[in-house]
Design a protein around this ligand. Structure first.
Ligand code: ZN
Length: 204
């Protein structure tokens, strides 16, 4: 089967616990001498199989790295691994998952070749918020519970507030509405993209 390595944890000297996002689950697997394998790295997409073990974690084997064409571009790989880290922090502890997450990573990895990585991550994140029912499309301030007009201040997880109710970056309401509707960050300029990206980095 195929999956994305979301996280690895060193055990003993050279073994690894490897967390893999497959189409249906976040798998916790064990790899003997995992540290010796160059194909086991955070963010990599792999083909693999599992030896089920009734008394312990399933054993990860037959690992083959399914490389992206952009993998040697340092800046892109750095941002990809940052995205993967946020993904893992968000999904950790969950076992069964909708295929939405796996497909979103697949789709994003393909787009990484030609588009701006931060914009791809922003577009992916807004889809996650909507999928999980956490996207606040009605701009009601989380603090005072009154409607917000014109300038919307966004906090972690895009929680909306008035600029005088919380500290954060503000965005034009019309632009946000369009962004939430079409899930396409191309309406934002580079400065706005940096601001949105820094909010995402605080955590999904
Ligand atoms: Zn308020």
């Amino acid at each position: 089967m195929q999956g994305f390595i979301l996280h690895t944890q060193k055990i003993k000297d050279e073994d690894l616990i490897v967390y893999i996002l497959s189409a249906k689950a976040l798998l916790k697997t064990y790899r003997f001498y995992g540290l010796r394998h160059s194909s086991i790295l955070n963010g990599y997409k792999i083909d693999f199989s599992l030896d089920e073990n009734p008394n312990f974690l399933p054993r990860l084997k037959d690992v083959m790295h399914l490389s992206f064409t952009w993998i040697l571009q340092r800046e892109k790989m750095f941002l990809w691994q940052e995205f993967i880290r946020l993904f893992y922090q968000h999904l950790r502890g969950i076992e069964e998952l909708d295929s939405f997450y796996f497909e979103l990573l697949n789709e994003s990895a393909i787009k990484f070749l030609k588009q701006n990585p931060k914009r791809i991550i922003i577009d992916a994140y807004i889809k996650i918020l909507e999928f999980e029912g956490r996207l606040h499309k009605n701009f009601i301030c989380f603090s005072c519970e009154e409607p917000i007009k014109n300038e919307i201040t966004l906090l972690r997880a895009f929680l909306p507030s008035h600029h005088y109710c919380a500290l954060g970056y503000s965005f034009n309401q019309k632009k946000l509405e369009e962004f939430y509707k079409y899930k396409n960050s191309s309406i934002f300029n580079d400065e706005e993209i940096e601001k949105i990206y820094s909010i995402i980095k605080e955590g999904f």
